[in-house]
Ligand binder design. Structure first.
Ligand code: FAD
Ligand code: EPU
Length: 341
């Protein structure tokens, strides 16, 4: 380890890398002042939440700022509950808290690791709900001006695993708080497979929460046991024509029609049917139960994981002509990099 602080406890892949310095911030004010002074000093900085969507491919020659700011404030009007949540709150604990307060609406997003502040970045989603469905606003520190700004949900440019924070505001914004808006007239979201057996008229938010937790625990490896970052690839979206051609050749292919006519393919199916489920390369592997998840089988390095990811991308492209894209953020010596390290 070439730098003094280990990052192993702070990334769910459990990759052993280090950083030059590490700061833990416990309030919005501390988050603002730490990030502003690092930004102004032009030294490499990484804002880190739960480390559940990141691959360290190298030691980091800069400062890691761990976001631990806490606080949830609740209000309501005739139609909605409103939650204003500090960036360092744990996402799953927030889901639990809102259910206990009889403010349902987050139950489909149970058990997603990480912080509230990271949730808008890739517009977290699971079991038929995405953050954008319940997001009211996102507050962020604009690094250039030092001001706090607030974006409405429309201004966040949310899309599948995308937002303005991954495009125009990349490296320019630190999310400090998130506002959620939950309708009092709760409607269960039961479209996703394992939830379809519930009856909309009788199901409770708690039952959905429990079922989501159960299904997730069966499918996804627990990072404390087997290092991983959830789905390693986004589900690729192809044109209707491409989907028809693929479905003619591979009748069991799994695809979901999108509102604009395009089709989202299940990348897990593509990887499995390219023969890669359970495939290993060095200490990194394609999870034997869920091919969309890459895992650390022991002492994998970030480079092992990236090498395996590139192999998966190449094979899937050879077999299906579809190019997969990585979901986690790849971090190098001084900042974000690509799989090709
Ligand atoms: P980190 O990994 O710490 O950071 C991710 C990126 O966001 C980094 O680039 C970091 O610099 C940046 N960042 C973090 N906080 C801030 C901030 N406050 N301001 C600015 N930038 C910031 N995702 C889903 O969408 N759906 C799922 O169902 C899902 N399931 C998962 C299951 C498992 C087992 C695991 C390990 C991961 C899963 N994920 C899922 C991915 C992950 O949980 C989400 O992407 C989560 O939002 C990441 O939060 P984090 O705090 O760990 O972010
Ligand atoms: N499949 C296979 N083989 C596999 C894995 C999956 O054939 O090895 C098939 C399944 O049978 C199913 C389809 O692929 O028909 C979809 O699988 P699943 O429902 O498990 O969902 P996913 O596409 O693998 C996505 C998200 C998850 C989210 C779940 C539930 C992405 C990239 N992943 O996974 O999010 O939890 O749906 O909504 O969109 C994450 O982003 O990290 C993540 C875990």
């Amino acid at each position: 380890m070439s730098f003094p602080y280990s990052l192993k406890p702070f990334n769910t892949f459990g990759v052993e890398q280090s950083c030059l310095s590490l700061i833990e911030v416990h309030s919005k004010a501390e988050l603002q002042s730490a990030c502003l002074s690092l930004y102004q000093s032009k030294r490499p900085m990484l804002v880190l939440g739960g480390g559940s969507n990141i691959v360290f491919t190298n030691d980091f020659n800069g400062t890691v700022v761990r976001v631990l700011s806490k606080g949830i404030s609740c209000s309501e009007d005739d139609t909605h509950f409103y939650l204003a949540v500090e960036a360092g709150e744990n996402w799953h604990e927030l889901v639990h808290f809102s259910l206990n307060q009889n403010m349902p609406g987050l139950e489909n997003l149970a058990l997603i690791p990480g912080t509230v502040g990271a949730a808008p970045i890739q517009n977290i989603g699971a079991y038929g709900v995405e953050l954008c469905d319940i997001c009211d606003w996102v507050e962020y520190l604009e690094l250039e001006s030092g001001n706090l700004r607030r974006l409405t949900v429309d201004e966040c440019e949310f899309a599948y695993r995308e937002s303005i924070f991954k495009s125009r505001l990349r490296d320019k914004a630190v999310i400090t708080a998130v506002g959620l808006r939950l309708p009092k007239a709760w409607q269960p979201k039961l479209a996703y497979g394992p939830l379809q057996s519930f009856t909309a008229e009788t199901v409770t938010p708690r039952e959905i929460f429990d079922r989501v937790c159960e299904v997730r625990s069966e499918k996804l490896p627990n990072p404390e046991v087997l290092g991983n970052a959830g789905s390693f690839f986004k589900n690729p979206i192809v044109s209707a024509a491409t989907y028809m051609q693929l479905a003619a050749r591979f009748p069991s292919i799994v695809g979901y029609a999108q509102p604009n006519g395009e089709v989202k393919l299940a990348a897990g199916w593509l990887i499995e049917h390219a023969g890669l489920k359970g495939f290993t390369l060095g200490n990194a592997g394609v999870h034997a139960k869920q091919a969309l998840v890459l895992v650390n089988l022991g002492h994998a390095t970030g480079q092992d994981i990236c090498r395996l990811a590139l192999h998966v991308i190449t094979r899937v492209n050879e077999v299906f002509g579809v190019k997969l894209e990585a979901e986690p953020r790849i971090m190098g010596l001084t900042g974000e990099t690509s799989l090709d390290v």
